[in-house]
Write a protein that binds this ligand. Structure first.
Ligand SMILES: C[S@@+](CC[C@H](N)C(=O)[O-])C[C@H]1O[C@@H](n2cnc3c(N)ncnc32)[C@H](O)[C@@H]1O
Length: 251
């Protein structure tokens, strides 16, 4: 994370992400992107103290009236990654993991270090992020178990068909228009079909699909596996973030 921080602008987004940048600007209330893998709460506090970031915005310029800014992250935080590999997923020895929309590679790097998965594939449509992941994979010698594919996931049916675990952290909502999102979900539902394989999503499938006109019969495709979100007792644990993580078994 520290290495990646030094290679990216503070908002950790590339100008090549036109659609995502536009969507954040169109949000009704001011919102900033703070990548949770790169910056934890303490880092954000330090950046605010240095005047490089703000948690609030002035609602009436010149007055003392301020409101809290909405934060959005395009990566899992370290805590979420530990929860994912230590408490959500079973032993992954010999298993194939596919992270749909791998971005900085956080799910892949954590999978390399925290699991025994035999192969971890990232599929990312943005070329700049693929290049960044390749640099990290080479530098930290992850090459034997991590592979990044620069592609739209909708061109990768065989990869999805062979996956034992598919991870989908907020993949489409900020990056595709509604029609493209619906098409992509239908493609996922057609190709993530291996019986007994696992699908991890943020937010829940119900929430993602409810906003779209999509032809997916959830009850015939998956069964939700209940998770225990009480595994961490520390008071600075972001339980709300953990509760966004859902696990499904493919029927
Ligand atoms: C929210 S980020 C997820 C990051 C990462 N998986 C994690 O959890 O830390 C979503 C990523 O999905 C990518 N993406 C969106 N639609 C895609 C598609 N159809 N095919 C491949 N990548 C896609 C975006 O470019 C973005 O980098």
């Amino acid at each position: 994370a520290e290495d990646l921080r030094n290679r990216l602008p503070i908002e950790a987004m590339f100008t090549s992400e036109h659609q995502a940048v536009q969507k954040i600007h169109q949000h009704p209330l001011p919102m900033i992107h703070v990548d949770a893998f790169l910056y934890d709460d303490d880092d954000v506090d330090s950046l605010c103290e240095e005047g490089k970031m703000s948690r609030s915005y002035c609602t009436e310029c010149g007055s003392y009236k301020t409101a809290s800014l909405e934060f959005i992250s395009h990566s899992f935080s370290l805590m979420e990654l530990k929860f994912l590999y230590h408490h959500v997923l079973p032993d992954l020895t010999g298993k194939v993991v596919v992270d749909v929309g791998s971005r900085l590679g956080a799910v892949l790097f954590a999978g390399y270090l925290y699991s025994s998965a035999s192969q971890l594939y990232g599929v990312e449509m943005n070329a700049d992020f693929c290049q960044l992941q390749e640099i990290m994979i080479t530098k930290y010698e992850f090459i034997d178990r991590i592979k990044v594919v620069h592609a739209d996931i909708c061109t990768q049916p065989s990869l999805l068909q062979k996956a034992d675990v598919v991870v989908m952290n907020n993949v489409f909502e900020y990056f595709l228009d509604r029609q493209e999102q619906a098409r992509a979900w239908e493609f996922i539902a057609c190709n993530v079909r291996k019986r007994g394989s696992l699908l991890v999503t943020v937010p829940s499938l119900e929430e993602s699909l409810s906003k779209l006109q999509v032809n997916v019969q959830l009850s015939q495709w998956v069964e939700e596996v209940q998770l225990n979100y009480d595994v961490y007792v520390e008071k600075d644990v972001d339980r709300e973030a953990l509760e966004q993580i859902h696990l499904y078994k493919i029927l």
